[in-house]
Design a protein around this ligand. Structure first.
Ligand SMILES: [Ca+2]
Ligand SMILES: [Ca+2]
Length: 130
């Protein structure tokens, strides 16, 4: 009996998980996305919604963010860094403990880790090399 109950619970959970279908994909288009290397979401302008932070690795290596308008629509690509080659990863954290999300980047080619101070509205400082 106990085994049958566990089997029934497992089947119900499995059925519920199978019922979670994703709807149609939504393309976030903001121009050339050549050789993207990393992407995360974070509220970079403190308006309560998750924006997109991304990096590109190749000849157009950069760190950029795209504002989420909160209704499934996104703004234009805003560059944070365009002078460091080979950016392989991005991360966010409140590095200076002022309540907003600052951005970090890692470059495989330049063997560097940098952070960019956020003014709280999505405007970022020049690179601070760590
Ligand atoms: Ca936001
Ligand atoms: Ca901060």
């Amino acid at each position: 009996m106990k085994r049958n109950t566990l089997l029934l619970i497992s089947l119900v959970v499995f059925s519920l998980l199978q019922a979670q279908n994703f709807q149609t994909e939504h393309l976030v288009s903001f121009g050339n996305i050549y050789q993207p290397s990393a992407m995360i979401t974070a509220d970079l302008d403190n308006d309560g919604d998750l924006d997109i932070l991304m990096s590109k690795y190749g000849s157009e290596s950069c760190v950029s963010w795209i504002e989420n308008f909160g209704d499934g629509e996104f703004g234009i690509q805003r560059d944070i860094e365009t002078n460091i080659a080979g950016i392989t990863d991005v991360f966010v954290s409140d590095i200076d403990n002022d309540g907003d999300q600052d951005v970090l980047s890692a470059s495989q080619i330049e063997n560097s880790i940098c952070w960019y101070e956020n003014d709280g509205m999505g405007n970022f400082s020049q690179a601070n090399t760590i």
